[in-house]
Design a protein around this ligand. Sequence first.
Ligand code: ZN
Length: 290
Amino acid sequence: MPELPEVEHVKRGIEPLVLNQRIEEVEFSNAVINGKEIGKDTIIKQIDLPMFKLYSEGYKITRVERRSKYILFHIETNDDQRVLVSHLGMSGGFFVVDTLDDIIVPNYKKHWHVNFKLSNGKQLIYSDIRRFGEIKNVADLSAHSSFSDMAPEPFDENAFAHFKHQLETKTYHKKPIKQVILDHKVIAGCGNIYACEALFNAKINPERSADSLNDDEQKRVFDEVVKVLRLGIENGGTSISSYRHADGKTGQMQNYLQVYKKKVCPVCGGPIQTKVIAGRNTHYCPQCQK
Ligand SMILES: [Zn+2]
């Protein structure tokens, strides 16, 4: 599943090619069209296809933004502003190409779902093999519940204060710290791989309850989440899943992982344990993480 660093990488890759371009036409795949006909919101959510076209064709892309694991396309005409809110799901990806044939990963070429034809002659294409991803077209983000209670971006100045406050609330204080840092209301965009890595680097056992962490430990966990997300961005994310970048290349972050899906601890040489915490596989070293 693409996590924050992968999504940031996708955003950086497409932004220069789509910014300030007008969407001339939007085309949908048969899977999207047929899905709508049988009442299934395949990829395009909460809006019917003619309305989606009405609220995007002729609009100019004025800003591309990543928020947590979402990519937001701010679009406008002279008298209207909308936001395309996209989530890559398990295996989605955006490509900017001259023609569909330029998508070099065969599965992504085959499983394209939305094609935005742009005024510079490029096509912004959303592909998704497993179809868990989504694109919404909303008047503003306040209508979108995921954004109203989302934590600040982890790199924002106020993100630690928010994190610390959340840890001490009734909702979270008795929950395992691993589960808590996966919650986007506490930290935005820290997925499973990065949560395992951050707790390993912070030397904190993932099963500890949030309220058992002292001030120093809270700070360590937060700082390590930020560090590992930054490292992920620098290295283009991981390519552990079927995920591929817009250019078909894979990220290199998997070469920097310490504990995720490892057998042996790189620090003490002891065995890495795997445990399911809140439904997610968690890899950790019981020797090093207390
Ligand atoms: Zn160890």
